[in-house]
Design a protein around this ligand. Structure first.
Ligand code: SDX
Length: 393
């Protein structure tokens, strides 16, 4: 082949596309969705409005918002046969595995999603279905783990209220939605909604580039997010903080472990490929953690350990030299826990938030008619050699 092939492990210095959706400035710690600062959106918007913004490029008018929210509400119910798929999972199944399977099963229920020449209306409908049914599937994945009966969506509730009721209500008890929890959840979903070409979004784009259905592409993104170096970090952070607490709460000892090249231990929730300054989301979540725990009257010792760890790391040469700061996952688990969400659902919460971003990025990839993703390599294997029969080896 002509031309030089450059190898860039992890694509640290490779741009995969041009995108108009999300802007990051890693040095200054800036994050904007379609030009709006994340601080403004977290303070003034709501998750469905941000979802509309990411997918359509503009903040919706009241009429556009009501139509968008209304369509989503009318698609929350899922085909009863999907419960048969859910029933096939043992209760030990990790909710992320259940979620990615249920999302992928939508391709079977809506086979026209495989048609690359789908009309805009049909593509729009598949996006509405995803936004509408993901909370139902996420709550069902949790109920499957708990051995509880699943709940059906309640279309009289808003997005987060409906999700919480499907997650936490039991036939035997009355369930009241706590507005403090619902508002905190909505803010967390906004903060996770998109983040340019991260690992799971790049996965959605490359799977979509083969003209796989949008459901299969999103299912692939869910699986990429699962890894502890990516969306799975919020679960690993809590497990790390709990381990430090169980080991006497000496955060300095763990800081040293994280610096020791021979020790595989990493300070989970710290560091970022792009941010070489504070992750703006971490700042917002850290403040929200204080607010929510105070409003709910919760004193979580793990939050104190997290703060100690953060201040020690920010004054430690190893972390300063490598520009390692807390990322979005460092404090998010503390809030999820305060909201009553179990640890193995933390990454599911990340996926719920990231869904509109994945949808927007898949749509942009299709609208740009991007070619199938197929990188090259530099071959370093055996040179040509003849086959040797087994009795001669
Ligand atoms: C997310 O891409 C995105 O935008 C992701 C995300 C999104 O919204 O989609 O922001 C969400 O995934 C946040 C990141 C969550 N992951 C973690 O918190 C896991 C811990 N973090 C690290 O594994 C790491 O920082 C990454 C994976 C986040 C970034 O990895 P890079 O860019 O490949 O950096 P690297 O591993 O090459 O590290 C550079 C140096 C190395 O030291 P040296 O070899 O130069 O001596 O920093 C060190 C690393 O050893 N380092 C850490 C560390 N992170 C990096 N050392 C200790 N603890 C850490 N957490």
């Amino acid at each position: 082949q002509s031309g030089l092939i450059t190898i860039d492990p992890g694509f640290k210095n490779t741009g995969s596309t041009k995108s108009a959706i999300t802007f990051l400035d890693g040095e200054k710690g800036i994050l904007r969705y379609r030009g709006y600062n994340i601080e403004d959106l977290a303070e003034n918007s709501n998750f469905l409005e941000v979802s509309y913004l990411l997918i359509n490029g503009e903040l919706p008018t009241t009429e556009q918002y009501n139509d968008f929210a209304g369509r989503i509400t009318n698609h929350t119910l899922v085909h009863e046969d999907i419960k048969k798929i859910l029933d096939g999972f043992p209760s030990v199944a990790h909710p992320m595995g259940v979620l990615s399977s249920l999302i992928c099963s939508l391709t079977a229920f809506y086979p026209n999603s495989l048609d690359p020449n789908n009309t805009d209306e049909e593509i729009k409908l598949s996006m509405v279905r995803l936004l509408a049914k993901m909370p139902t599937f996420a709550a069902w994945a949790y109920k499957n783990k708990m051995g509880h009966p699943v709940n059906y969506p309640d279309n009289s509730l808003d997005y987060c209220g409906n999700f919480m009721k499907m997650m936490f209500s039991l036939p035997s008890e009355k369930y009241e939605i706590d507005p403090v929890i619902s508002k905190a959840l909505d803010k967390l979903l906004i903060l996770h909604a998109d983040h340019e070409q991260n690992c799971s979004t790049s996965t959605v784009r490359i799977v979509g580039s083969s003209q796989a259905s949008i459901y299969a592409s999103i299912s692939a993104g869910i699986n990429a997010l699962w890894g502890p170096l990516h969306g799975g970090a919020n679960q690993s952070v809590i497990e790390m903080l709990e381990a430090i607490k169980a080991d006497g709460g000496d955060s300095k000892k763990y800081l040293e472990k994280a610096k020791d090249k021979n020790d595989p231990f990493r300070l989970m929730g710290f560091g970022h490929r792009v941010y070489k300054n504070f992750d703006p989301r971490a700042k917002i979540i850290k403040k929200a953690a204080d607010d929510v725990l105070e409003k709910l009257g919760i004193n979580d010792p793990v939050l104190d350990i997290a703060k100690e760890l953060e201040s020690a790391a920010l004054n430690d040469q190893y972390f300063v030299d490598r520009k390692l700061y807390p990322n979005v996952d460092f404090y998010s688990g503390i809030i999820y826990r305060a909201l009553g969400i179990p640890t193995d659902m933390f990454t599911v919460m990340f996926a719920l938030g990231r869904l509109p971003g994945w949808i927007a990025q898949w749509k942009e990839m299709r609208e740009n008619n991007e070619p199938i993703g197929r990188p090259r390599q530099v071959y370093v294997g055996s040179t040509e050699r003849p086959f040797v029969p087994i009795d001669k080896r």
